[in-house]
Design a protein around this ligand. Structure first.
Ligand code: TGC
Ligand code: FAD
Length: 342
C-alpha cells in the first residue's frame, strides 16, 4: 500500500500522494471490496494516525514520522477507546502526569482496547487527560523509546469479524513520553473527533465497496444455482428483489459519499454530513449483505463463498468509529438542538 501511495493519500508533502478526498474515497471503496480488514489497517494508518499528525502535529513530529508512515515502514495506531469507555471517550481514565524522575517528560498510564494495528505499531497516537488541566491531549508514543515493562500491546485473538486486520490493547504503566511528542495545541475531544471525520468518511465509501462485492457474488451464484425444474434461482422474483434492494442502496450510498467528498474538498463538509453517510452506508451495507447471504443457502456458511466474511466484517464497521445509534444521536442533536448523551 505504501508503494502504491495509498497511505495518507490526501496529505500534501512528506512523501504522500496529495490526492483529493473523492480520489481517496475511490481507493477506500476498491480496497474494502477485497476485505474490510484491509481497509481498516489502511484507514487507521492514513486517516487516524497520519491524519492526526498532519493536522495537529508540530513540524518536527511531521518530518520525523510522516515520510516513513507514507511508505508503510512505520506502522501507526490510534488509541481512543478504553475498556470502560467506548461510545463515551470523554470519560477516559488514561492520564499523563509530569514524569517523577525524567525532566521534560510526561508519564502516561492507562489502558486502551480494541485498537487496530496496536500489536504491530511503532507509533501509537494515544489520547489521554493531562493531569494538570484535566483536558484530553494527543501523545505520540514510540514503542522503541519505551523502557521494558512500561508498554504492552497484546493481540485480541479469535475475532469473528475483521480477521484480516490485527487488533489489540495498549497497556501503559508510566510510559515516559517527551514533552515534544505531545501535540502542541489541540485540546479536548476536538482532536480525536477531527481525525475521525476523515476516517468515518472513508468507511462510508468502503462499506459500499464491500456491498458491491456481495452483490457481484450473489448475482453470479443466483445465475448458476438451479432449483425447481432446472431454473436458475435468479429467475425468481424474490431473489431479484433482494438484488434490486442491494443495488439501489449501493447506488444511493456511493452518490451520497461522492457528494460529501466534493464538499469536503471544498472545505464545506459538516461533521453531521459525515455521520449521516457513515451511519446510512454501514447500516444499508450490513442489512443488504445479510439478505444477500440467503441467496447462497447452505453454501453461505462456507468460507469459499466469501459472503459470510463480509457480513461479519460489516457488523464491525457499523460498530466502530461511532456505533450506528450513536450517529443517530449526533444527527438527532443537530436536528432538535437537544443533547441526548447527558
Ligand atoms: P461533544 O460535546 O459533542 O464534543 C466535544 C468537543 O469535540 C468537538 N467535536 C468535534 N470536532 C470535530 N469534529 C467532530 N466530528 C466533532 N464532534 C465533536 C466539539 O465541538 C467539542 O469541542 P470543544 O472545543 O467545544 O470542546 O462531546 P461528547 O462527549 O458529548 O460526544 C458525544 C459523542 C457520542 C458524539 C462522541 O463521544 C462520539 O462520537 N462517540 C463515539 C466514539 C467513537 O467514535 N470512537 C471511535 C474510536 S476510534 C475507532 O473506532 C477506530 S476503528 C478504525 C478502523 O479499524 O478502521
Ligand atoms: P459501548 O459504548 O459499550 O456500546 C454498546 C452499545 O450500547 C452500542 O450498541 C451503543 O450504541 C449503545 N449505547 C451506548 N451509549 C448509548 C447511548 N447514550 N444511547 C443509546 N445507545 C447507547 N477504537 C479505537 O480507539 N481505535 C481503534 O483503532 C479501534 N479499532 C477497532 C477495531 C475493531 C475490530 C473493533 C471491534 C473496535 C475498534 N475500536 C477502536 C473500538 C470502537 O470504536 C468501539 O468498539 C466503539 O466505539 C463502541 O464502543 P464499545 O465497544 O465500548 O461499546
Amino acid at each position: 500500500m505504501g508503494e502504491l501511495g495509498f497511505l495518507g493519500a490526501t496529505i500534501k508533502g512528506y512523501g504522500c500522494a496529495g490526492v483529493s478526498s473523492v480520489a481517496s474515497g475511490l481507493i477506500t471503496r476498491a480496497v474494502e471490496r477485497v476485505d474490510s480488514g484491509y481497509r481498516s489497517g489502511m484507514s487507521v494508518q492514513s486517516s487516524l494516525a497520519m491524519g492526526g499528525i498532519d493536522e495537529f502535529g508540530s513540524e518536527e513530529q511531521k518530518e520525523k514520522l510522516l515520510p516513513g508512515m507514507a511508505k508503510g515502514k512505520i506502522v501507526g495506531c490510534f488509541g481512543l477507546t478504553e475498556p470502560n469507555h467506548g461510545s463515551d471517550p470523554g470519560s477516559m481514565e488514561s492520564v499523563a502526569k509530569p514524569h517523577p524522575t525524567k525532566k521534560g517528560y510526561y508519564s502516561l498510564s492507562g489502558s486502551k482496547t480494541w485498537i487496530t494495528n496496536s500489536p504491530i505499531a511503532e507509533v501509537m497516537l494515544v489520547w489521554a487527560k493531562l493531569q494538570e488541566t484535566g483536558k484530553i491531549r494527543g501523545f505520540l508514543v514510540e514503542r522503541s523509546k519505551c523502557p521494558p515493562g512500561t508498554l504492552e500491546t497484546p493481540k485480541l485473538g479469535n475475532k469473528n469479524g475483521l480477521r484480516a486486520s490485527i487488533t489489540g490493547m495498549i497497556h501503559m504503566d508510566e510510559v515516559p513520553v517527551a514533552h515534544e511528542m505531545m501535540f502542541p495545541e489541540v485540546e479536548g475531544l476536538r482532536g480525536p473527533f477531527s481525525c475521525l471525520n476523515s476516517a468515518r468518511y472513508g468507511i462510508a465509501w468502503g462499506t459500499i465497496g464491500a456491498l458491491e462485492d456481495c452483490i457481484a457474488r450473489a448475482r453470479e451464484y443466483s445465475l448458476e444455482r438451479k432449483q425447481f425444474k432446472g431454473n436458475p434461482i435468479a429467475k425468481y422474483q424474490l431473489v431479484q428483489k433482494k438484488l434490486s434492494d442491494a443495488v439501489t442502496d449501493a447506488a444511493f450510498g456511493i452518490q451520497a459519499a461522492y457528494q460529501v467528498g466534493r464538499l469536503k474538498d471544498e472545505g464545506k463538509a459538516a461533521p453531521e454530513m459525515i455521520s449521516m453517510i457513515k451511519r446510512q452506508n454501514c447500516d444499508r451495507a450490513l442489512v443488504n449483505a445479510r439478505v444477500l447471504q440467503e441467496i447462497f443457502g447452505g453454501n453461505a456458511v462456507s468460507d469459499e463463498y466469501h459472503i459470510g466474511r463480509h457480513v461479519a466484517n460489516l457488523f464491525v464497521t457499523q460498530t466502530y468509529e461511532g456505533q450506528s445509534d450513536i450517529h443517530s444521536l449526533i444527527l438527532g442533536r443537530a436536528i432538535t438542538g437537544v443533547q441526548a448523551f447527558v
